[in-house]
Design a protein. Structure first.
Ligand code: 5GP
Ligand code: ZN
Length: 115
């Protein structure tokens, strides 16, 4: 299989699981950019937001319900946290399996975009 995140879902590539249900998998980012940095992925492989359709739009609901679970598990839900999707090349996406970054664990996550 050519997709790293599909390999993480299957277990072929190891990862540190934070949360899983029948639809989604959440795991620690290998190169954390904040004290809490978890990636949430859907078990259905789609590359990016442009691949969403009315027929598969439940992917986003599944992902964001899992974001909420992850925030609670990691204890950042009350203080708040940042949710990022790097979408497409100019958006900084390097892994072509749609994923949500859940980042927090600080009092202030700083500027939204570094210029
Ligand atoms: P993107 O730029 O595509 O939004 O982010 C990809 C993210 O995947 C990066 O934050 C990077 O650190 C993370 N990543 C890349 N390879 C691996 C890996 O093998 N394991 C884990 N856990 N994270 C990875
Ligand atoms: Zn994939």
């Amino acid at each position: 299989m050519g997709c790293l995140f599909c390999n993480i879902i299957s277990g072929a590539t190891p990862s540190k699981k934070v949360y899983e249900n029948e639809k989604v998998y959440a795991f620690e980012d290998i190169n954390p950019q904040a004290p809490v940095h978890v990636l949430v992925i859907h078990k259905t492989h789609i590359e990016k937001l442009e691949d969403l359709t009315a027929a598969n739009s439940s992917i986003m609901a599944d992902l964001f319900l899992a974001v909420k679970e992850v925030a609670e598990i990691r204890g950042i839900d009350e203080k708040g946290y940042r949710v990022i999707i790097n979408n497409g090349t100019a958006g900084g996406q390097v892994i072509w399996h749609l994923h949500v970054h859940v980042m927090g664990g600080k009092d202030d996550m700083g500027p939204m975009v570094v210029r």
